[in-house]
Design a protein around this ligand. Structure first.
Ligand code: HEC
Length: 447
């Protein structure tokens, strides 16, 4: 009951927040680049919430930092290009911002996991709408961290790492074409996204998920090197990874399904793309994906509710959109914050997920120091349920042991460092889980 009340309250708050945004947008200004400000960043710096920064056709260089609730609007992908400096993410997003109508390229090459990874569009606590862009030649296309967002009608191609990387970001990922990612086309961790009507081809894996409750519907996942749709395997069993698959065409991948079963309406047949080699993902006559999606729509990026003229027929075609700027914006939904999970409130649950995934082999499922590997180590793993010991440890001490390894605090090297696997927040989640459910204890000082 309490939970229901709280979420109702949150919904009411969010509704008021959006009315505010819509009302303030009515008196919003349009700031033009390059006629009013030469650089895009200068225009952003002069914008206030509700304003649109309208960028004329042309090439613009430099990394951008957005502001909350502004619309960054290009003249169309292929027409207005933003090229990053190669020293980080190209666009650092902001809460409530819209990024629409650009080619975005040239992010730095740093990072393959976590929040610090370079991307064309990076969201850190920044729910956004990212639509009608061509995102090409970056480390990762779109990286979202605590940023439930709308990602609609983009073409994301030639990414060194991921096409779309979602960490703690329940997002709507709809009608995108995601190809040629060195790693996963879409990666989900601690995220409950809806992945609908996308076309994923020529990636390492199409869709990869762990610790996430993912809806995967009406997609075409074809010709990906290693796997089509893959769910992670954890030693402690799948934790909160509940795939809901339906009406996907999954075909011609290294392995079509890994650790996950085909869903209702899934088919595995050659989708008959117009021209796979040239990157034209329209469906030929007689394609088994035609009208085979839920409700009789086409599967893939050219079917479903956001199917529109705005995706390019082929990489050669210059402009995405036949629609006006206003029409393009009108087709977009506000991110639905009301139904988003507040992952930060669920630290213990997600700490548990990480504990199961990484600590159980040594510390055992209840943390008693009796995991499968316990006998093979030089010292026995600490019994983390031992209240007498654990109540003499500050959170800071535990943090250092987990982040930097046992040796950093005078313990055995067998307690390895988790600096690469976890960010600081995730380590804190694990500590909260140990406190809440393993030792059931807090720091009480050294007696
Ligand atoms: C490869 C085996 C191994 C893995 C995996 C492992 N540990 Fe350990 N851990 C140990 C050993 C061995 C010790 C005891 C070190 C000693 O007493 O010198 C230890 C000690 C600890 C301690 C005790 C520090 C203290 O103050 O007494 C903590 C906390 C801890 N581990 C947490 C974790 C967490 C959290 C994970 C998972 C993220 C993890 N460990 C994964 C082997 C492991």
């Amino acid at each position: 009951m309490k939970g229901v009340l709280r979420s109702r309250f949150f919904a009411a708050f969010a509704a008021v927040f959006f009315i505010f945004v819509i009302v303030s947008a009515a008196s919003a200004a349009t700031i033009k680049v390059p006629s009013e400000y030469k650089s895009v960043q200068a225009a952003i710096d002069h914008a206030v919430a509700g304003d649109t920064v309208l960028v004329a056709p042309g090439n613009y260089t430099g990394d951008l930092v957005l502001k909350e609730n502004i619309v960054l609007q290009g003249a169309g992908a292929g027409t207005t290009t933003i090229t990053g400096t190669g020293g980080g993410s190209v666009i650092e997003g902001a809460r409530g911002a819209v990024i629409e109508g650009f080619t975005i390229t040239g992010s730095g090459r740093k990072g393959t996991i976590g929040v610090t990874m370079d991307a064309a569009v990076s969201g850190n606590n920044a729910p956004m709408t990212i639509a009608n862009n061509r995102i090409t030649g970056n480390n990762t296309g779109i990286k979202l961290y605590y940023s439930p967002s709308n990602v609609i009608n983009n073409e994301i191609t030639v990414s060194v790492s991921y096409g779309i990387y979602l960490l703690y970001s329940d997002s709507l990922v709809e009608n995108n074409i995601i190809t040629k990612s060195g790693s996963h086309g879409i990666y989900n961790s601690y995220s409950n996204p809806e992945i609908i009507n996308n076309t994923l081809a020529g990636n390492f894996t199409g869709i990869f998920s762990e610790i996430s409750r993912v809806i995967v519907k009406n997609n075409i996942v074809a010709d990906n090197t290693v796997g089509g749709i893959r769910w992670a395997e954890f030693l402690g069993g799948q934790y909160r990874a509940e795939p809901v698959l339906s009406y996907n065409l999954v075909w011609g991948n290294g392995e079509n399904y890994i650790n996950v079963e085909p869903g209702k309406g899934d088919v595995s047949k050659d989708p008959l793309f117009e021209d796979l080699k040239k990157g034209d993902y329209h469906l030929k006559n007689g394609s088994p994906a035609a009208k085979a999606g839920e409700g009789g729509t086409d599967m893939g990026a050219f079917g479903g509710q956001y199917a529109q003229a705005s995706l390019p027929a082929s990489p050669k075609e210059k402009s995405f959109a036949k629609l006006s700027l206003k029409e393009r914006l009108e087709t977009l939904k506000e991110p639905d914050y009301m139904t988003q999970t507040d992952w930060r409130k669920d630290a213990v649950a997600y700490g548990k997920g990480d504990f199961q995934g990484h600590c159980v082999p040594c510390h055992g499922p209840q943390g008693r120091g009796d995991g499968l590997l316990a006998d093979t180590l030089d010292v026995r793993p600490r019994d983390l349920s031992d209240k007498a010991i654990m109540s003499t440890r500050t959170d800071d001490m535990l943090f250092k042991v987990i982040k930097n390894g046992g040796a950093s605090m005078g313990f055995s090297e067998s307690m390895m460092s988790f600096n690469i696997q976890f960010n600081d927040k995730e380590i804190m989640n694990v500590i909260q889980y140990i406190r809440a459910e393993i030792c059931k204890c807090e720091y009480e000082g050294v007696k």
